[in-house]
Design a protein around this ligand. Structure first.
Ligand code: 13P
Length: 287
């Protein structure tokens, strides 16, 4: 059964580790991530962007697939199904479809409107038992066609949103989605520290987990990050393994063109990437 992300993140914050959010795009992604979590006895958050939801034909399909897999694969670790960067309407669609967690990304609204909409969603999520993530300060890079500027959040605005009763808070600290440019200045730990001081127990979320080095990840966890989102890295390892299979001509040998064979190396690669991240984030054995 899907669970809200609240308990796993509160535990992670108290225990100084982070739970990974891995985005899903299809059946193979979902299966690889769930198998990795079960094997490593780690809690896990499956992230679904609005674009990925659409790709998989809609949120109800996603809920049906994930719930079915939890049962068929005998998954015993805590799993949350989370809307990633949801707009206002998408949040309601996912609540209705059976997600166990949502992110309302109101970072592009003026702060007053972000506050008003977040407040409303806090009440709805509390009533229905879902966890809610809010965002202050847009995350740079491209996410579903929206280009963020990689701004650094205002710690006072973070405190304002945290006090509304959300369960986790994403704050821009110079992080961006996708690959980091060669001239990236790194995470702003000063900002993270200031946010952490003002928001206390609130689990903080680090988006754009791909390409942040181990040292920075560990420092961020020490400063209160309890959820780290990873997407691009799984996409890259999947593509690399698939390319290798085809370049080696394996799709032309026997029934190597069978999609179950063709997609197997990529699926295994995602699983290994997820396991590496779980080890780095410290969530192994915490389920
Ligand atoms: P990456 O694609 O950079 O790993 O970021 C994922 C993310 O933050 C999803 O919200």
């Amino acid at each position: 059964m899907l669970v809200s992300a609240k308990e796993m993140l509160d535990k992670a914050k108290a225990g100084h580790y982070a739970v990974g959010q891995f985005n899903i795009n299809n059946l193979e992604w979902t299966k690889s991530i769930l198998l990795a979590a079960e094997e490593k006895k780690s809690p896990v958050i499956l992230g679904v962007s609005e674009g990925a939801g659409k790709y998989m034909t809609g949120y109800k399909t996603v809920v049906g697939m994930v719930n079915g897999m939890l049962e068929e694969l005998n998954i015993t670790v805590p799993v949350a199904l989370h809307l990633d960067h949801g707009g206002y309407e998408a949040c309601y669609k996912c609540i209705e479809a059976g997600f166990s967690s949502i992110m309302f990304d109101g970072s592009h609204y003026p702060i007053e409107e972000n506050v008003a909409k977040t407040k409303e969603l806090v009440a709805v999520c509390k009533e229905k038992g879902l966890s809610l993530e809010a965002e202050v300060g847009s995350i740079g890079g491209e996410e579903d066609g929206v280009i963020g500027t990689g701004e650094v959040a205002d710690p006072n605005e973070c405190k304002m949103i945290a006090d509304l009763g959300v369960d986790m808070l994403a704050a821009g600290i110079g992080n961006i989605h996708g690959k980091y440019p060669a001239n990236w200045k790194g995470l702003s730990f000063e900002t993270l520290e200031a946010i952490q001081k003002l928001t206390g127990e609130m689990p903080l979320v680090l988006h754009g987990g791909t390409g942040i080095n181990e040292e920075m990840i560990k420092k961020a966890i020490n400063l209160g990050v309890a959820k780290i989102n990873v997407n691009t890295e799984c996409q890259i390892t999947f593509a690399e393994a698939t390319r290798k299979y085809i370049e080696e001509g394996k799709d032309l040998q026997g029934k190597g063109f069978d999609p179950r064979k063709l997609l197997a190396p990529g699926s295994e690669a995602i699983k290994q990437t997820v396991i590496e991240k779980m080890e780095l984030f410290g969530s192994v054995g915490k389920a």
